[in-house]
Design a protein around this ligand. Structure first.
Ligand SMILES: NC(=O)c1ccc[n+]([C@@H]2O[C@H](COP(=O)([O-])OP(=O)(O)OC[C@H]3O[C@@H](n4cnc5c(N)ncnc54)[C@H](O)[C@@H]3O)[C@@H](O)[C@H]2O)c1
Length: 359
């Protein structure tokens, strides 16, 4: 059994709740990493984990990641995440989602849920029939809808900040950007890049996804796979498919000077950030530049307003530049600088809650 409090995880989570409902088949784990800045917000991943241990390890990692992401997104939210163990295609049903909603509600707002792999806005509408602490709902229910809109916008802002750092101008005009994965986020990023005057080259394992981009933007180049993209003559590499895009091999072959994309957990293992730096490649930390989606759904807490959410996501530009400055000043890779900045905010702003408010 994973040692929650002890050695196998360096960090201690505030709260980890196991939820089961025999009749609906619900087996879920909700993890709250910390609530220093506010209630823990993070999505619900519905996935057929091989074991409870694998599910627990995932939710512990993901909830910690959300604490850092929310902190750097400037949100008054802590880090939380939930996993439902099962195959969403077979096991998802109304009773199960509502049973899950009751467990979310039972935490009294310490955890606020949203969509993640295997869950959709429509599912959040069902969960919300049992709980007030749900975001990522459909626009028909006052929700933020598809979070990939501001995720792509935020990645674009992070890329502009990276271009400013490397080339002295945020414009991507004339730069050649390679986008790996043109799904929900990637295809929107291509639009923003073309509007800015960048040349774009893409790859995707789905021919349908490639065709969708080419139908709108026939001028976009296509290469066979990620390997071809990485070795091609690009200025910016934007991983927008799965995690682990940057490993020893890809970093060694990469020709781009900037890496900035939407995928979570782009660095395959610790140490890759140093290899990137040694090769003179500027890495915009994934969880900083892909926080537009959480900014979009978090806005629902106040009653969703797209313009307000977009203005907040635009700040990803400043945050990314700030991280590059800290990295240079402190002599560390940007990934380390980002962690330090997040920890600083959690500690400095989290501390003020200790100020006694009187009666
Ligand atoms: N959607 C959001 O709001 C959001 C927010 C934050 C982070 N992210 C992350 O961004 C990434 C993309 O998310 P999405 O919502 O666009 O997902 P998606 O599933 O819509 O798109 C992913 C695309 O990548 C393609 N792909 C998969 N494997 C590939 C490979 N080996 N080479 C090339 N293409 C490949 C898929 O065919 C698909 O078109 C994911 O890592 C996700 O975790 C998404």
């Amino acid at each position: 059994m994973t040692d929650v409090f002890g050695s196998s995880h360096k960090d201690v989570h505030e709260q980890v709740v196991f939820c089961a409902d025999e009749q609906s088949g619900l087996r879920a784990i909700i993890a709250i990493y910390n609530t220093a800045l506010g209630p823990g917000l993070g999505g619900t991943r519905f996935y057929p984990y091989e074991s409870e241990q694998a599910a627990l390890a995932d939710v512990l990692n993901l909830s910690k990641g959300m604490a850092y992401k929310n902190a750097l997104a400037g949100l008054d939210l802590g880090g939380g995440k939930a996993v439902i163990i099962g195959d969403p295609a077979k096991d998802k049903n109304e009773a199960l989602l509502r049973a899950y909603g009751r467990f979310v509600e039972s935490l009294g707002g310490r955890y606020i849920t949203a969509c993640d792999v295997g869950t959709y806005s429509e599912d959040m509408d069902v969960v919300a029939r049992e709980s007030r602490f749900v975001t990522g709902r459909t626009t028909a229910h006052g929700g933020a809808g598809d979070s990939s809109i501001l995720t792509a916008f935020g990645v674009y802002q992070g890329m502009r900040a990276s271009a400013e750092r490397v080339y002295g101008t945020p414009s991507l005009r004339g730069r050649r950007v390679g986008v790996e994965g043109v799904g929900k986020v990637g295809h929107r990023l291509v639009e923003l890049l073309r509007e800015d005057g960048a040349e774009v080259v893409i790859c995707d394992v789905s021919q349908e996804a490639v065709e969708r981009v080419r139908a709108r933007r026939p001028e976009v180049d296509v290469v066979a796979d990620a390997e071809a993209l990485i070795s091609s003559d690009i200025d910016v590499f934007a991983p927008c498919a799965l995690g682990g895009a940057l490993d020893d091999d890809t970093v060694a072959r990469l020709r781009a000077r900037i890496v900035c994309g939407a995928a979570n957990n782009q660095l395959a293992h610790p140490g890759v950030e140093k290899q990137l730096e040694e090769r003179g490649i500027l890495y915009a930390p994934d969880y900083v530049v892909n926080s537009g989606g959480v900014i979009q759904v978090a806005d629902e807490i106040e009653g969703f307003n797209m313009e307000r959410a977009r203005a907040k996501a635009a700040q990803i530009y400043d945050t990314t530049l700030k991280i590059f400055t800290i990295a240079a000043d402190e002599g560390v890779p940007p990934a380390v600088a980002a962690d330090r900045l997040a920890e600083r905010r959690m500690s400095e702003v989290g501390r003020i809650r200790g100020i006694w408010l009187g009666r």
